[in-house]
Design a protein around this ligand. Structure first.
Ligand code: FAD
Length: 374
C-alpha cells in the first residue's frame, strides 16, 4: 500500500513515522517551502507521550521536554481554586505529561524520516477517487496516484473540503496570544501548568525548562470583533492579575508574540471518503482550553495506523470505517468537554470560575481520557 500524507504538521509527521515503522510505504506533501522552525510551546498529555514513545522508539526524547504533574487553576488574585493531577491515582498511566518547544517536537519527528520522505512546496489543490486509487493534483501542476491519502492539513484543510464539505471551521469568538520567555517568579512553579482566570479571559503558563527558567504562556480573551490586542493591550486587559504575570508578558519581545483568532470544528459527519481519510486538526480542531488537540490527533493517528495495518479484508473501506467508529465518537465527546470548559472559562455569565462548576467537567474529561489507545 502506498500512502500520501497531506501536511507536515505534527500529526502528519507522526503518522508518517508510525506508518513507516509498521512497514507501510508513505510520503508526506507539505505546501510550506521547508521544515517549520518557529512556534512556541506545546503540552503533551501522557496518552500522547505513549504514542510518541512508540513512534520515536527510545526514551531519549523525554530529556527534551519538561514534565508537568498538575494543572492548577487560580483566581485573578493568584489564589489556588482547583488542582488537577495529570496522572490521577489508580489510572496507571505509564508516562508523564510534558511541555515541549514545538520546534523540538518537529525536529524529533522529522529526524526519524528520510530527506525524500517529505516533499516541500507541494500544496495539494484537489483530490479525486479513481477506481481503487486517489489522484492528487498539486498547485505546481504535478499529479500522482496513491492507494490512500491522509489529510493532515490542519484546520483550513483542502482534503476536508473533498471528504466532508459541509464541515467548516467556526469562529469561537476567542483570540489567543502566546510567547516564550526566560522568567522566574515565586508565584510560578517549575513543574505545574498554572491557569489564572480573569473575567472571561485567562493567562496560562507552563515551564519549558526548569534549569533555564524558560517559560511558555498564552493569554486568551473574547475578541468581540475588535482589533486584536498588542502586548500593551494585553497588559491593560490583564491588569487585575498578579503583577508577576504582567512582567512575564511584558518581558516577551513583541515580535515573538503570536496572536490568532481561534477557530474550531465539531468533528461531525464523514471522516473518510473513498481513499481519502482525515486526521488531526483537519477534522477535530479544538480550542486549546486544556491543550489536548495534539494529544487527540496523535491518539487518532495511532488508531488509524492500527486500522490500516491490522485489516485482513481485501477492501480498505472496512478499515477506514473502523478508524472512524473508534476515533470519531471519542473525539466528538472530547470536543464537547472542551466546549464546556471554554464556556465556563470565557463565557460564564457570572464571570468567575468556581470549583463547584469546574469539578464535574474535570471528571468527564478524566473519564474520557482513561479510554486511551494504549
Ligand atoms: C493557541 C494554541 C495553543 C495550543 N496548544 C496546544 C497544546 O498545548 N497542546 C496540544 O495538544 N494542542 C495544542 N493546540 C492544538 C495543536 O496545536 C493542534 O491540534 C496541532 O498542532 C494540529 O496539528 P496538525 O498536524 O493536525 O495540523 P497543523 O499543525 O495545522 O499542520 C497542518 C500542515 O498542513 C499543511 N497544509 C495545509 N494545507 C495544505 C495543502 N493543501 N497541501 C499541503 N500541505 C498543506 C500546513 O502548512 C501545515 O504544515 C493549540 C492550538 C492553539 C491554536
Amino acid at each position: 500500500m502506498r500512502v500520501a500524507i497531506i501536511g507536515a504538521g505534527l500529526n502528519g509527521l507522526a503518522c508518517a513515522v508510525m506508518l513507516k515503522r509498521l512497514g507501510v510505504d508513505c510520503v508526506v506533501f507539505e505546501r510550506g517551502t521547508g521544515p517549520r522552525d518557529s512556534g512556541t510551546g506545546i503540552y503533551v498529555w501522557p496518552q500522547a507521550m505513549q504514542v510518541l514513545r512508540f513512534v520515536l522508539k527510545d526514551r531519549a526524547f523525554l530529556s527534551r521536554g519538561q514534565p508537568i504533574e498538575f494543572l492548577d487553576t487560580h483566581d485573578k488574585h493568584g489564589r489556588l481554586v482547583h488542582s488537577q493531577p495529570v496522572r490521577p491515582a489508580g489510572l496507571g498511566l505509564p508516562a508523564p505529561a510534558m511541555m515541549f518547544l514545538r520546534t523540538e517536537l518537529f525536529r524529533l519527528l522529522a529526524d526519524r524520516l528520510d530527506e525524500d520522505d517529505i516533499h516541500y512546496g507541494m500544496g495539494c489543490e484537489s483530490l479525486e477517487n479513481v477506481g481503487d486509487q486517489v489522484r492528487l493534483t498539486f498547485t505546481n501542476g504535478h499529479r500522482f496516484d496513491f492507494d490512500l491519502a491522509v489529510g493532515a492539513d490542519g484546520v483550513s484543510s483542502t482534503t476536508r473540503s473533498f471528504v466532508n464539505p459541509g464541515l467548516v471551521p467556526h469562529d469561537t469568538g476567542l483570540v489567543a496570544s502566546r510567547g516564550v520567555v526566560n522568567f522566574d517568579s515565586p508565584l510560578l512553579h517549575s513543574d505545574r501548568c498554572q491557569i489564572f482566570t480573569s473575567r472571561h479571559s485567562r493567562v496560562v503558563t507552563y515551564p519549558l525548562n526548569k534549569a533555564t527558567s524558560l517559560r511558555y504562556w498564552f493569554a486568551a480573551y473574547q475578541h468581540r470583533n475588535q482589533p486584536l490586542l498588542d502586548r500593551q493591550g494585553l497588559l491593560e486587559l490583564f491588569a487585575p492579575l498578579p503583577q508577576d504575570l504582567l512582567r512575564m508578558m511584558g518581558q516577551t519581545p513583541e515580535e515573538d508574540i503570536l496572536t490568532h483568532k481561534l477557530k474550531a470544528l465539531t468533528g461531525e459527519g464523514q471522516w473518510f471518503r473513498g481513499r481519502v481519510v482525515l486526521l488531526g486538526d483537519s477534522i477535530h480542531a479544538m480550542l486549546p482550553t486544556l491543550g489536548y488537540g495534539l494529544t487527540l490527533g496523535l491518539e487518532n493517528g495511532f488508531m488509524l495506523a492500527q486500522a490500516l495495518v491490522g485489516h485482513c479484508d481485501e477492501s480498505l473501506e472496512a478499515a477506514l470505517q473502523r478508524y472512524e467508529i473508534r476515533a470519531a465518537r471519542r473525539s466528538r465527546e472530547m470536543l464537547q468537554v472542551m466546549n464546556d470548559f471554554t464556556r465556563l472559562y470565557y463565557f460564564e455569565p457570572e464571570g468567575e470560575v468556581s470549583p463547584a462548576r469546574l469539578a464535574p467537567i474535570v471528571q468527564r474529561f478524566q473519564e474520557l481520557a482513561q479510554s486511551t489507545v494504549f
